[in-house]
Write a protein that binds this ligand. Structure first.
Ligand code: 13P
Ligand code: SF4
Length: 362
């Protein structure tokens, strides 16, 4: 087994065909060029009355710019909430397509832009609307709960949308009302939620190309080498990996757990991009990337989402300069229907998670 080292984030290394779509990582930028690009992007955000909403998995430069310019870097629940409540007329989403679509569905009157519209998600790609619709039709007695990582059309077919930070609470709530669930698409998150809530859940069979690669046996070996390290796991990971966790949570949940647990070392089973924020909040603490299958892994960018890595400073600038091909469009009829399960989740969150915050608010 390879010896684990503290993580060096090398987004530039992500190349080639990854999973189901070609990922084209942004160009490498030298420090002087980088400073100029960041300065220009910050200026354009102001001039265009635009706000940058970034996910923890995108390049650290974009995370820092989002925070410095009054936007946010956060998990997908907070990204949706922040974009919904912000007054800017343009929302720039640095993340993957479902995140841009969710912002557009919630804000149909606003312009929603993304650095690369081809930034997909393996869960979204594995849930084609026709097959999903047939699955729902075959089980009309079930409440349809879909993960945020799905297309607008799939959301339009759902009763509820959830993100990883609120899935357990919402499914638990439905279970207590005696509802049976049809769950899609992530099988590992579904399995975790089922075990935590005891709900009757019929599952779609899909997984995240990044989290699916974390391996329990190698993680156990790593824990022996780092006996003081606490293990933080995103629930899109396989059951065996989750069993070894000291804390399981959404990306925001993982950061909060690191702050709460007070360890000097952490092993992190999620996309390595999150470690940028963890280092900022906990300087001097060591973060170790959880092991994947190494050379045998099918995910060629472990543990970095190939689609998140398509967001960079150059394509962000192109976007802000008004180049065509960056605006997110959602069919208004589909959008209207998709808004219902998203709004349900946001209303539930407002009532039940009043203190939720992204790192931009910290
Ligand atoms: P979070 O909602 O935890 O940020 O997860 C989004 C995601 O795509 C994880 O792979
Ligand atoms: Fe989708 Fe996985 Fe990438 Fe998250 S990390 S956006 S679940 S492919």
């Amino acid at each position: 087994m390879a010896v684990a080292k503290p993580i060096q984030i090398r987004f530039e290394q992500v190349t080639g065909d990854i999973g189901l779509a070609p990922a084209t990582p942004p160009r490498i930028v030298d420090p002087a060029e980088k400073a100029a690009l960041i300065e220009r992007a910050g200026r354009l955000l102001k001039e265009r009355n635009a706000v940058l909403v970034a996910h923890y998995y995108v390049h650290p430069d974009l995370q820092d710019l989002a925070q410095a310019s009054g936007g946010t870097v956060s998990d997908s629940l907070e990204m949706a909430r922040f974009a919904h409540e912000h007054t800017a007329s343009t929302i720039v989403v640095a993340g993957v397509r479902f995140m841009g679509e969710t912002s557009k569905i919630l804000n149909p009157e606003k312009r929603v832009l993304m650095p690369d519209l081809l930034a997909e998600c393996s869960l979204d790609l594995a849930t084609p609307i026709d097959e999903f619709s047939a699955f729902c039709d075959a089980h009309p007695d079930r409440t349809v709960v879909v993960y945020a990582n799905t297309s607008a059309a799939v959301k339009a077919r759902a009763d509820w949308m959830v993100t990883s930070s609120i899935a357990e609470k919402i499914v638990g709530h439905l279970h207590r009302q005696g509802k049976k669930i049809l769950w899609a698409p992530d099988k590992h998150l579904g399995d975790y939620v089922q075990r935590m809530t005891g709900a009757d859940m019929l599952m779609w069979n899909a997984s995240c190309v990044v989290h699916d690669e974390f391996k329990a046996q190698q993680l156990e070996e790593l824990k022996i080498k780092h006996p003081k390290a606490k293990v933080l796991v995103h629930p899109e990971s396989p059951r065996g990996v989750i069993h070894l966790a000291d804390a399981v949570g959404s990306t925001t949940g993982i950061i909060q757990a690191a702050e709460r647990l007070g360890a000097s070392e952490y092993i992190v089973a999620t996309d390595g991009g999150i470690i940028h924020q963890m280092r900022k909040r906990l300087p001097g603490v060591t973060f170790i990337e959880a092991p994947t299958a190494g050379k045998g892994a099918t995910c060629q960018s472990c543990a970095h989402c190939p689609w998140m890595a398509m967001n960079g400073l150059h394509n962000l600038l192109e976007t802000l300069e008004g180049a065509p091909g960056h605006e997110v469009f959602v069919d208004p009829e589909v959008g209207k229907r998709a808004k219902v399960p998203i709004q349900r989740m946001l209303d539930f969150a407002k009532k039940n998670l009043p203190t939720m915050q992204g790192s931009g608010d910290a």
